[in-house]
Design a protein around this ligand. Sequence first.
Ligand code: FUC
Length: 768
Amino acid sequence: MPLYAYEILHDKPAPLQAKERPWGARCPVWQKYCMPVGNGTMGAMIYGGTKRERVQFNVDSLWAGKVNPKQNRANVFPGISRIRELLLEGKYQEAEQLGKQALGCAEGAQEDFGSYITFGELVIETGIPFEETSNYVRRLDLDRALHVVEFDHKGNRYTRSVFASYPDRCIVIRFEVEGDARQDLALSFASPNAFLPRIEQGDLVIQGELADSGLPVDARVRVLQEGGRVAVGDNNKRVEVKGARSVTFLLSADTGFDLDQPDLVGEGRAAELQSVIDAAAAKGYAALLADHLKDYQALYQRVSLDLGASDTAVQSMPMERRLARYKKGGVDPDLEEMLFQYGRYLLIGSSRPGSMPANLQGVWNNSNEPAWAADYHININLQMNYWLAGPANLLECQLPLIDYTDLLARHGRKSAQAYYEADGWTAFHAPNLWGHTAPRYPASAGKPRWWNHLPISGPWLAYNIYEHYAFEQDPSFMRERIWPIVSGSAEFLVDYLYWHPDGYYTSLMSWSSEHGKMSVGPTCDHAIAREILACALELADVLEIEDARTREWKQVMENIMPYRIGQHGQLQEWAEDRDNPNDKHRHINHLWGLHPGSQISPLSTPELAEAANVTMAHRGDGATGWSLGWKLNFWSRLRNPDKSYQLIRNLLRSKIYPNLFDTHPPFQIDGNFGYTAGLCELLLQSQEKDAAGRPVLDILPTLPKAWPSGQVSGLRARGGFEVDLSWKDMQLKTLKVRSLNGRDFALRVNGRLQNHSLAKGECLERSF
Ligand code: FUC
């Protein structure tokens, strides 16, 4: 079998595998059994029914809500200053009390926040009951990004294929039958929204407009049949095909949203969609498929992974049974590889140049009330979605995140001013499509919404943007796109951080993300601030900028409150030594400097790493899906292969659905992406720099015993390198490093560090 070929198999249509909750956010059929395809802008979930096929679909910018230009609460800074004074006087309760009244977005902004919503579904009636079929299989082929349903009916083999084409901007659905059989199909549209379908020139045309913003919404479906004839039914809302050999449906959809001008929702895209569909129809199915494969495989096939072979019988098992077997302890390295490649598949499917970034559900959503509005949480989740982009060699897929961060940086300048009278930009913990950067909720007299007021979220996101440069090393792209975001974040930080009377800068006052009480300084904030200021200084150095501003960044960076090790030997989560060893909270913010940051390492800061080990032991090996993903990354960086592998088993055992979606619960895609990123960390790390500032490529830092022999190719390292390696009996066998930019680097192999120079395009090859 080729190294990239993985199939997620099912032996029944999704609706027969669980009970449906139509348009329900937690509908088990949709979130556990339907299979996804996507081209960044559009996503679709396929049900695989024989009698009634359903293709539920989404458009990434289909959001309720609207821009609220008055989202920032006025006059907050005096309240924040008072809270700071109270905390310094040790009056925590009073400070928290005041926090409840003073912190939040402006009244009314919450109502405009909105939510990512579903578009609807194409329904294709066929009249073939599942009971009359045999040899049914549906499968998602990861190597081709192709969903196929196959079955026999009355001696004929039926095949239905679906893929989402990025180059041709449409979802292609093809119904075929072998032999002499003919198909009668009826196409219609269903949605919980008041979008109106009608047949126009033989196409199913759907139009709508959202109430809050006036956002125009359009879709068009072309029906191309071979043989037979077409009629229109159900009051001009249904296309009926009779006696066809094959039928191809081409679906394209979009909204009038423009990321550069979110407050001007623009014209509908009906005319544009018609041209898209005309062009796709003229091309024909075979050419659409060929171009789709070329586009997709150019990204997907960059990385191959082999961790050992599963039994052939296991490989052909339907996924539900395969997962149940794994849960009982079954060995299945191919499944662990498949989940790795699935993370890459999902990022390619939900984040391509020109699209919105992957939200909490990527681009897939069947409801108007998805969990957490399927928004862009930036207190871990959106950042986690992109941890794999560099290491798993999908940097292009990160461009939507940079475009989106530009919007947040624009709106976030006002938030930085409003809340902290600070220059630069920030955004609080959960922005939306419309560029909401203020705290998500208004002040509340009741329970404090501590997760809400998290000014460090903006800098946290800026770190992902810096990482794009770290992996890519393109100075002109950095100057134009990355520098403004990262330097704007550094500007915010130096104004935001507070000079504590004890003689250091702290994040006074804040919370550790979603955890704990008010603090004079959460460790996570300090770690992020330290790292972002260092990143900004590194970029300034490349750009040869040295001025009063950069000198201030350096001065602040060098005087941030240091890490503290507490009474249990743990890395303290707060300036106050109040960690509870029995606390199993999913957010482990204080280890940010271990991952995704680069400040803590068993090799260079062994005492801090030991304290991080204690913290990890306290928090345990269970959690929500995304938190398990983060724990995997932590254990990889702590160079603990046994714990890392245990986390992999835990994730697959408890938080992966039969469609391989990760669950919080409910379905939340960050755990998928966190897993793929974590797996990269086990095989190759590059966050460290040597004394001369060269990136260190650390080969096989944390290899689990469960994978004694294997190979990986195409992983990417910071500094601009591609790495292939293989190992046998736990020993490195071959290593190949391709330099993409000609930077000097160091290699750590079997614990020994060696310097290397390669010209751009040159390779280093070693056998051991
Ligand atoms: C953060 C997490 C939750 C969830 C939500 C989307 O608030 O604490 O667990 O992942 O984001």
